[in-house]
Write a protein that binds this ligand. Structure first.
Ligand code: CDP
Length: 246
């Protein structure tokens, strides 16, 4: 871990990576990167690198895991051993189990699981490089991979954290801000702004949370535009093609 910098925010209001309080890190998304998955996505957000594969709806195994009235949604978050500064221990950890659970719950309100009884929809997340905010990055990627797999959803899920650094509320914490800041507050929401995930690490006053939620909404709106653009590019049928086929 790097030494604690004297200041995480300069007197000019700039953060260590040059961002202002309300700015997210640059994000790049590629869709359909895995040929064996039904849907997939590779996402870079700052220095985070995340790969997501979605499989299903497919018959759920073991059979006792099946639900007669809907699909079961399974979400597995995993950090590659080489993804962190110190080697991440392979396999499940309390942290990965918790992240998998809250991320699955973040998607349950939008996935139309009732259309596919007895099946499973599997979302596999591999964190290839971690640099703070991997659960939010993974949710943004999973949303695209689910859409790529053609899973019926009421809308996309978008995720972004805010936090408190040097006493200020800022959007999308970097690694140093996460390590040395006072609080980290990941949020996920639907396209309509309905909150589907909220977690808090650290202490914040109700006023700070209110201010942070406004920032998170702004961040999620920007991310939603990036997600929609990627999906539009993939699924939009060029006009010439339609004319030719008619
Ligand atoms: O990644 P996220 O912010 O969702 O979760 P976190 O538990 O707050 O972890 C923050 C960051 O700590 C991760 O993104 C990694 O960069 C780092 N980390 C690590 O180096 N080794 C771990 N076993 C877990 C996290």
């Amino acid at each position: 871990m790097s030494d604690k910098p004297d200041k995480l925010i300069t007197d000019d209001g700039l953060r260590l990576d040059g961002r202002r309080a309300d700015e997210i890190r640059p994000m790049k998304i590629e869709i359909g990167v895995l040929s064996r998955a039904d849907g997939s996505c590779y996402l870079e957000w700052g220095r985070n690198k995340i790969l997501v594969g979605v499989f299903g709806p497919r018959e759920a195994h073991p059979r006792r895991s099946q639900r007669a009235d809907s699909a079961v949604i399974r979400y597995r978050y995993n950090m590659a051993s080489f993804s962190t500064e110190d080697r991440a221990r392979p396999g499940h950890s309390r942290r990965s189990i918790e992240i998998s659970k809250v991320s699955r719950e973040a998607f349950e309100p939008v996935i139309m699981a009732e259309l596919f009884p007895k099946t499973a929809i599997d979302i596999f997340v591999e964190v290839l490089q971690a640099d703070a905010g991997t659960r939010t990055a993974a949710i943004n990627a999973a949303s695209i991979a689910l859409a790529d797999a053609g899973i019926p959803m009421k809308g996309l899920i978008t995720s972004c954290a805010f936090g408190k650094v040097d006493g200020q509320i800022v959007l999308d914490l970097s690694k140093d801000e996460d390590n040395y800041g006072e609080a980290d507050f990941p949020v996920a929401m639907t396209q309509d702004g309905e909150i589907t995930l909220v977690q808090m690490d650290g202490h914040l006053t109700p006023e700070e949370i209110k201010k942070g939620m406004e920032l998170a909404k702004k961040g999620c709106k920007e991310i939603l535009e990036i997600q929609q653009e990627v999906l539009r590019k993939k699924f939009e049928t060029p006009v010439e093609d339609t004319v030719e086929k008619a």
